[in-house]
Ligand binder design. Structure first.
Ligand code: HEC
Ligand code: HEC
Length: 271
C-alpha cells in the first residue's frame, strides 16, 4: 500500500495537546536522562507534526507555515533524533537515518501499539495511521547523513574482547548466535527489517537489552531479541554494548540486501 501524501495526512492527523512535562512522570525513561533534556525540543516542534489539521487556523497557517512536505513535518522528530535523523549530539537519542524502512515502520507501530515504552515517542505516534508511519519510515530510511565519530568508550580490554566475541562468534553454551549472523557481516543491518548495530550510543544499546529482559520492549513473536536478551548476563550485555559503541562505522553503512544465511533463530518481525 502506498503511503498517504502529505496533504492526505494533513487532513487525517488527529488533534493533540502537548503533554505536561511537569506533572507527567516518565516511567520508561532510561537512566541518565533529565526530563528537561527530553521535553524541551518537543514542545517547540510537536506542533509542526500535529498542528496542521487545526481547521480554524488553516488560513492563517497557510500564509505563515513552510510548505507541507514530509521533510517539514518530520522536523518534530529531528528535534531529538538530529538533523535528518543522524542521532542527537549528546549520544542518547538513537540514529534513525538510513535504517531499513521496514524496521523503522515496525518500531513506530511498536511505540503506538504498546510494544515499546518511551512515553514521548508513544506520544508522537499515538493515533497516527500505518500509512503515515510508513511514510515517515521511508523518509528516514532514505536519509544518509554522515556519522559522527564514535564517542570515546571507557571499558577494559577484557570487556571489549568479550564484547567482540559475542558480536562476531556468539556464545554456544548460552545458545546465543553471533550478532553478525542476523545484523549483517559488517553490522549495518539487513533489509527490510533488521537494524544496524553500529553508530548507536552505548547507553541506548544497554537500555534496549534491559527493556527486552523486563518485557518493556517487544517485537512480533517469536521475539528473537527477547530470547537473546534472556540468555545473556548483565555483564555480557554491557560488554557487547561497549564493543559495538566503540566501532567505527563502515562506509558505506547501508544495510545488506540479504543475511549471510538463514537466520539462526526465527524472528517474527522479519518477513
Ligand atoms: C522527545 C524526543 C523524541 C522525539 C521528538 C522523537 N523521538 Fe523517536 N525516540 C526517542 C527516544 C529517546 C528513543 C529511544 C527510546 C527507547 O529507548 O526505546 C526513540 C526511538 C525512536 C525509534 C526507534 C529507533 C530504533 O533504532 O529502534 C524510531 C524509529 C523513532 N524514534 C522515530 C521517531 C520519529 C519518526 C519521530 C517523529 C514523529 C520521533 N522519533 C520523535 C526520542 C524522540
Ligand atoms: C536471530 C537473529 C538475531 C540475532 C542473532 C541478533 N539479533 Fe539483534 N535484532 C534482530 C532483529 C530481528 C531485530 C529487530 C527487532 C525489532 O523489530 O524490534 C534486532 C534488534 C536489535 C537491537 C535494536 C536496535 C535498535 O536500533 O533499537 C539491538 C540493540 C540488537 N538487536 C542487538 C543485538 C546484539 C548485541 C546481538 C548479539 C548478542 C543480536 N542483536 C543478535 C535479530 C537478531
Amino acid at each position: 500500500m502506498r503511503g498517504a501524501t502529505p496533504h492526505e495526512t494533513a487532513r487525517h492527523l488527529p488533534m493533540m495537546t502537548l503533554p505536561d512535562p511537569v506533572i507527567r512522570p516518565l516511567p520508561g525513561q532510561p537512566p541518565g536522562v533529565s526530563l528537561r533534556r527530553s521535553v524541551l525540543p518537543v514542545a517547540a516542534s510537536l506542533l509542526l507534526l500535529v498542528g496542521l489539521p487545526c481547521a480554524g487556523q488553516a488560513q492563517v497557517q497557510a500564509r505563515t507555515l513552510p510548505p507541507d512536505t514530509i521533510a517539514e513535518r518530520v522536523i518534530a522528530c529531528t528535534a531529538c533524533h538530529g538533523n535528518q535523523g543522524r542521532a542527537g549530539s549528546d549520544g542518547f537519542y538513537p540514529r534513525i537515518a538510513g535504517k531499513p524502512a521496514g524496521y523503522l515502520a515496525n518500531q513506530l507501530q511498536n511505540f503506538r501499539d504498546g510494544r515499546r515504552q518511551y512515553p514521548l515517542m508513544i506520544y508522537m505516534v499515538d493515533h497516527l495511521s500505518d500509512a503515515y508511519l510508513k511514510e515517515m519510515a521511508e523518509y528516514f530510511a532514505a536519509q544518509h547523513p554522515p556519522y559522527a565519530p564514535p564517542q570515546p568508550v571507557t571499558a577494559s580490554a577484557a570487556v571489549l574482547a568479550r564484547g567482540r566475541q559475542l558480536v562476531e562468534s556468539g556464545d554456544k553454551q548460552r545458545e546465543v548466535p553471533a550478532c553478525s549472523a542476523c545484523h549483517g557481516a559488517n553490522l549495518t543491518g539487513v533489509v527490510p527489517a533488521i537494524p544496524g548495530l553500529v553508530g548507536l550510543p552505548r547507553d541506548y544499546l544497554s537500555a534496549q537489552f534491559g527493556a527486552w529482559k523486563n518485557g518493556a520492549r517487544r517485537a512480533a513473536a517469536p521475539d528473537c531479541m527477547a530470547q537473546i536478551a534472556q540468555r545473556l548476563s548483565v555483564d555480557d550485555i554491557s560488554a557487547a554494548a561497549a564493543f559495538l559503541a566503540s566501532l567505527p562505522v563502515p562506509s558505506p553503512a547501508t544495510p545488506a540486501r540479504a543475511p549471510a544465511g538463514p537466520l539462526p533463530i526465527t524472528c517474527g518481525s522479519v518477513p
